[in-house]
Design a protein around this ligand. Structure first.
Ligand SMILES: [Zn+2]
Length: 435
């Protein structure tokens, strides 16, 4: 069946480029440590000047310890005829991520204790990890599992789990103020596209685009392994966290689902209001969810000892699509136009954060006479004119030093760009001053 939309809708060059980056990163076997992460960050350095940090195994980070470094060269299971019935070279999802090395012959009954499949989705390989308890295993399709005959199998996992480093990437883009906006994504998953090569791609292109702008805020972009990476970063950079005024965790941004925003723990932070405003005015379906202490790295940034204003903007949330953490989260599952739409949404949020100001009406006693200043009745088309007049009146009325432009949008129901333009005209006309 031909998808008419897909055939006629032009795909933006940015969406195509974001998809290409995902394609380049897809084959790499990543984990929370190891050279897969290093290879990934080296590819991203072609896009943005990422700084690479290495934290030694054994480093104490709050209640956690930086784990040993895991690397893998090959893995397979061979039957008695010497045929590879499971082969890491065909998919890196075949190995339980963080498997300890093993080279052993064993009967099927013993091997089966280390095999993981999905009976409900018999053609998909599940993604499984064992980071914090030493184990080994293989993941395979249920059909593969069912075809295994009784007999002896040769099991080989050529991996290493040794003292080394936890590696992460960081890019700091200085603005006029030292106050920061944080964007963070996890880089620890192997060949899985939506979770989270899509997040990596969106954050990379966001950073690339913001580099060319003159910005009010400074921006920090983190490319870190999930959980242990954010705990490590927060532990090593605690003194910098007071500068973080807004933040978003980027994940799951390439699937066909609608955008979902999970609020920060505070629930009414400026980032919450900014994202909600963008979604409300996007003309597309969306969903807002309250904070919960389960999910991605917002769990660490929003832990009570930090309680940072960090939300999470995704498409379909983790675990709510069947392809999640399986081999079906592949290059077919993410779409260039959805990646581009996600990036546009992030950029719209940045635009609001950059321009959200609180002003004072310099003529607060009764309405100023706008006509004599050319600020009334001089706008274009009728509908446009009415909207602009209303925006002007709303700004004048609420510019009392207690309402930001975003608050005024909330009260008036008008789009941020309309309110911002009205405020700029009033500022030029001398009717507003900075608070
Ligand atoms: Zn995941």
């Amino acid at each position: 069946m031909i998808d008419i939309d897909a055939k006629t809708a032009p795909i933006s060059p940015t969406g195509t480029a974001m998809y290409q980056l995902i394609s380049d990163l897809y084959p790499i076997c990543r984990s929370i440590t190891g050279n897969g992460v290093e290879k990934t960050l080296a590819i991203l350095q072609a896009y943005i000047p990422l700084e690479i940090h290495q934290v030694p195994t054994g480093t104490q980070v709050f209640d956690w310890t930086v784990p040993k470094e895991w690397n893998i060269r090959d893995a397979y299971v061979k039957n008695t005829r010497g045929e590879k019935v499971i082969d890491f070279q065909k998919s890196n999802l075949h190995v339980l991520n963080y498997s300890i090395p093993i080279q052993k012959k064993m009967p099927l009954s013993e091997l089966k204790k280390h095999l993981f499949s999905m009976p409900d989705c018999p053609d998909w390989i599940p993604y499984r990890t064992s980071y914090y308890s030493e184990n080994w295993g293989f993941c395979l399709t249920h059909r593969q599992l069912e075809q295994l005959e009784d007999g002896e199998y040769e099991v080989c996992i050529d991996s290493s789990l040794e003292p080394g480093y936890l590696t992460y990437g960081e890019y700091y883009l200085p603005g006029k103020s030292e106050e920061e906006v944080l964007f963070s994504c996890h880089i620890c998953h192997p060949s899985l596209c939506n979770d989270n090569l899509s997040g990596i791609s969106v954050v990379t292109f966001l950073a690339k685009q913001l580099r060319s702008l003159s910005l009010k805020y400074s921006y920090r972009f983190l490319f870190i392994p999930g959980t242990i990476g954010s705990i490590t970063w927060l532990s090593l950079n605690e003194s910098k966290t007071f500068q973080i005024k807004h933040g978003l965790i980027a994940a799951g941004l390439g699937d066909l689902g609608k955008l979902h925003y999970k609020k920060s723990r505070r629930g009414n932070a400026e980032i919450d209001k900014a994202v909600i405003h963008v979604l409300q005015h996007s003309g597309q379906d969306y969903q807002i969810n309250d904070f919960s202490p389960y999910g991605y790295d917002e769990r660490q940034f929003c832990s009570p000892g930090f309680n940072l204003p960090v939300g999470s903007l995704t498409r379909t949330p983790f675990g709510q699509y069947p392809q999640y953490h399986t081999s079906a989260d592949n290059l077919d599952f993410v779409k260039p136009d959805k990646l581009a739409d996600s990036l546009e949404t992030y950029l719209a949020v940045v635009d609001i954060l950059e321009n959200n100001q609180t002003y004072l009406n310099t003529n607060p006693k009764c309405e100023p006479q706008l006509g004599k200043r050319g600020l009334y009745g001089t706008f274009g088309g009728t509908q446009d004119k009415k909207t602009k007049e209303m925006a002007t009146l709303w700004v004048l009325n609420l510019a009392d030093g207690n309402h930001s432009l975003l608050d005024i949008c909330d009260r008036s129901g008008l789009d941020f760009s309309v309110i911002r333009d009205a405020a700029n005209a009033l500022l030029e006309g001398g009717l507003l001053s900075n608070k």
